[in-house]
Design a protein around this ligand. Structure first.
Ligand SMILES: [Zn+2]
Length: 126
C-alpha cells in the first residue's frame, strides 16, 4: 500500500508480499491496464517488487463514489490513491493503449479541502 507522497512526488510504498518499503517516482507509473481486449482506466499497476516479485494494483474511486468509513485507514489510503492517480492523469502518465481506446482521461481530482482535512501534515501515514 501507499504510505507517503512527498512534495517532489516520490511515493513510498510498502509491499504486501514482503513488507519492505521502497520509493517510486511518477515516471515509473502509468494509469490504466490492458488485458486482452479489455481495459481499465482506473487501475494503477505498480512496478514489480524487486525483493519478492509481488505486484500491487491500486484502484482509483469511481466518479461520485464515497468511502463508507471516513477517517479509517482504508479511506485515507483511498484518498492517497485517488490523489496519485489524478496527478498521473494530469501529467499525461496514462498507458498509450488505454488512451487509444478510451480517449484522453479526465483526472478525477480529489477536493483540496478534503485532502487538507485528512492530511494536515502532508500525504503520509504514521
Ligand atoms: Zn515485496
Amino acid at each position: 500500500m501507499l504510505e507517503r507522497i512527498d512534495d517532489d512526488w516520490r511515493v513510498a510504498q510498502r509491499c504486501a508480499g514482503c513488507d519492505k518499503q521502497r520509493e517510486l517516482q511518477l515516471t515509473e507509473m502509468n494509469v490504466g491496464t490492458i488485458v486482452g481486449h479489455a481495459f481499465d482506466a482506473r487501475s494503477l499497476v505498480l512496478p514489480l517488487c524487486p525483493a519478492c516479485g509481488s505486484r500491487e494494483v491500486l484502484i482509483a474511486s469511481a466518479e461520485g463514489e464515497t468511502h463508507p468509513f471516513p477517517g479509517s485507514v482504508g479511506h485515507l489510503h483511498q484518498l492517497l490513491v485517488d490523489h496519485l492517480c489524478a496527478t498521473l492523469v494530469e501529467r499525461g502518465r496514462v498507458l498509450p493503449d488505454v488512451v487509444k481506446r478510451r480517449g484522453l482521461l479526465k483526472p478525477a481530482l480529489v477536493a483540496k479541502d478534503s485532502l487538507a482535512q485528512w492530511f494536515p501534515d502532508g500525504f503520509k501515514f504514521e
